[in-house]
Design a protein around this ligand. Structure first.
Ligand SMILES: C[S@@+](CC[C@H](N)C(=O)[O-])C[C@H]1O[C@@H](n2cnc3c(N)ncnc32)[C@H](O)[C@@H]1O
Length: 205
């Protein structure tokens, strides 16, 4: 299962320019905005789960964040980000892993997931994701998550997705995580399409 998923995503990043994929953002605006609102210190640790070639870590390095990790199933995605960052890439931990098979060996202050959890259409995969999430966070850790909203697309990158509103995400994450803030975003794709996203901020109890 992991092999087929990995091949799919490797192929995506090998064949498409990073700024042409539907989820591309010139600036990771909602993520930066929410991290600013939370007033987290630059010493906070953050993992971008399924971070792909996102420029979130570029912007956080610029802001002085010093404990950053990007995990993705697709090594070619991380290669794009590393090439873009140059020497700054050495300041980031890069992990090639399927989050549903990954066993974190440390805990993070912030777990960031934009458009990854919604690919887990099987309850067993979601359970495995939650195991990783619970191992990789501690009491007080923040989870910032964005999925397609109920009126968002039914597929992304050719794969089916599960769509959520804030209440459904809270139910998925169980009582271990308290919902602190939620909002919707209309993302504009590079092709000019519109996609409804549901964003949530949870704090681990
Ligand atoms: C829609 S893209 C979003 C990328 C990035 N978060 C962003 O906002 O630009 C989904 C990303 O999740 C990664 N991914 C998909 N399934 C994964 C899994 N099971 N474990 C880790 N990464 C995964 C893909 O390789 C891809 O980079």
């Amino acid at each position: 299962m992991t092999d087929a998923k990995q091949e799919h995503w490797d192929e995506v990043y090998r064949t498409k320019a990073a700024d042409s994929v539907s989820w591309y953002q010139p600036t990771p605006g909602p993520s930066l905005h929410v991290l600013d609102e939370l007033q987290l210190p630059a010493s906070a640790s953050l993992i971008d789960v399924g971070g792909g070639a996102s420029s979130l870590v570029d912007r956080l390095v610029e802001r002085g964040w010093s404990d950053l990790t990007v995990l993705d199933i697709a090594a070619p995605a991380l290669d794009v980000a590393k090439a873009r960052l140059g020497d700054e890439a050495l300041r980031i931990t890069w992990l090639v892993a399927d989050v549903t098979a990954w066993k974190p060996d440390r805990r993070y202050d912030v777990w960031h997931d934009r458009a990854v959890f919604h690919f887990l259409t099987d309850p067993g995969q979601r359970l495995a994701y939650r195991h990783a999430l619970e191992t990789g966070t501690a009491r007080g850790s923040i989870m910032v998550i964005a999925t397609f909203a109920p009126d968002g697309p039914e597929r992304c990158s050719g794969l089916p997705v599960q769509r959520y509103d804030a209440a459904a995400l809270a139910t998925e994450l169980s009582s271990a995580f308290a919902l602190e803030h939620d909002w919707r975003e209309e993302h504009t794709t590079p092709g000019g399409g519109r996609q409804s996203f549901q964003w949530c901020v949870f704090r681990r109890r």
